[in-house]
Design a protein around this ligand. Structure first.
Ligand SMILES: *Cc1c(COP(=O)(O)O)cnc(C)c1O
Length: 394
């Protein structure tokens, strides 16, 4: 099935469609320009130059230097590399890591694995909006803390963390600071120097670039072990023949996303507020995440007496594509660890709906969603034995 013209795609936090301009940049590297960037003849050189250009674009978008950008296979690899790489390069200094309880599984499962390797991890709680307190970070620091990893923006509820303040605390204590900025690129302006970030993960497919291609920013001077060993690619820090079409596409996508960040945010913010206002008119509905400090594209609500999966299926039947939370949770029945950490009551946690907006969405889409969701919710509530009499219509 393809997304046809009438379908409404509101799952941009799971992935985004490739932009036309990005596809056009990538195509030559899937046809004529197939050279290995490590080769010295013409088509190899073209590949090499194109990678260098993409690296410049990523560096520019982050306020970093070119030689601080390393291409990876995506957000998951970048998170794994940052955390394992710092842990193993600095374990003579200490074995303690600080993170939050609402990180992406790429961070949480990596930390859990490190616990099995003898490291100790503090998982900080969040408030009801999903916000990490910088003071809690400060209090969690020990003599043997080597890394603080706190995401820039959450993928389920969109809450934007006080990363600059946390980075400052890390710096004062000479502890490395990593941030998973996968959801933030194209939505939150980033300056790694100003924000005191030592390592930053990003992923192409979350900002209209290709899947399977990401990057890790590593500040010059940071002590980190490679994750992949082999050839001399990426300054001998990330072996393997480069994903040239992916890297070229990622470069173009980040260039466009960064240039248009203000304009896109203004549009999305209007759509988001319209959507939230409309959805909260449905009785027994609650907004998850921070009301203001949140991504302009994120709407996450909990509907009482509703099973999120049923809602998604009925929305799908109407050509509306959404999610209950993170893509990883949509195939498991585990309650969302993010909503759990925010203190959303156990009985209603399964009734969550995430609508994540993108550049392709319009006011018309929002109005269509606001027409369809209340109808489906009422239908499901009428069917559920849990719904009190006053919220039934039949
Ligand atoms: C999507 C996502 C990832 C994983 O990125 P992939 O490129 O899909 O591996 C990591 N962290 C966050 C916050 C994400 O949203």
């Amino acid at each position: 099935m393809t997304v046809n013209d009438r379908a409404i795609y509101m799952d941009n936090s799971a992935t985004t469609p490739l932009r036309k301009e990005v596809v056009e940049e990538m195509l030559p590297f899937m046809t004529g320009n197939f050279g290995n960037p490590s080769s010295i003849y013409e088509i190899g050189k073209i590949s090499k130059h194109s990678i260098d250009e993409a690296r410049r674009k990523v560096a520019y978008a982050l306020g970093a230097e070119e030689n601080e950008i390393y291409f990876t296979s995506g957000g998951t690899e970048s998170d794994n590399w940052a955390i394992k790489g710092i842990a193993f390069a600095n374990r003579n200094k200490g074995k303690h890591i600080i993170t939050s309880s609402i990180e992406h599984h790429a961070v949480l499962h990596t930390c859990a694995w490190l616990e099995g390797q003898g490291f100790e991890v503090t998982y900080l709680p969040v408030d009801k909006y999903g916000m990490v307190s910088p003071e809690e970070v400060r209090k969690a620091i020990r003599d043997d803390t080597i890394l603080i990893s706190i995401m820039l923006a959450n993928n389920e509820i969109g809450t934007i963390q006080p990363v600059e303040e946390i980075g400052k605390i890390a710096k004062e204590n000479r502890i490395y600071f990593h941030t998973d900025a996968v959801q933030a690129i194209g939505h939150v302006p980033i300056d790694v120097k100003k924000m005191n970030i030592d390592l930053l993960s990003l992923s192409g497919h979350k900002f209209e670039g290709p899947k399977g291609c990401g990057a890790l920013y590593v500040r010059k001077g940071v002590k980190i072990e490679p994750l992949l060993h082999g050839g001399a690619q990426e300054g001998r820090r990330r072996a393997g023949t480069e994903n040239v079409p992916g890297i070229v596409g990622l470069g173009k996508a980040i260039e466009l996303a960064t240039a248009e960040i203000g304009e896109l945010n203004r549009t999305l913010l209007e759509l988001r507020e319209r959507l939230i206002k409309g959805l909260l008119r449905i009785p027994k509905t609650h907004l998850n995440g921070h009301p203001k400090q949140r991504l302009a594209n994120n709407v996450n609500i909990t509907l009482e007496y509703i099973e999120g999966e049923s809602l998604l299926l009925l929305l799908n039947a109407k050509g509306i594509f959404a999610s209950t939370g993170s893509a990883c949770n949509s195939t498991s029945l585990e309650p969302s660890h993010v909503l759990t950490a925010c203190g959303v009551p156990h009985e209603i946690i399964h009734g969550s709906l995430r609508l994540s907006l993108g550049r392709m969405n319009s006011e018309k889409d929002v109005d269509r969603v606001l027409e369809v969701v209340p109808e489906i919710v009422q239908k499901l509530r009428n069917m559920s034995p849990l719904t009190p009499e006053e919220y039934r219509t039949t």
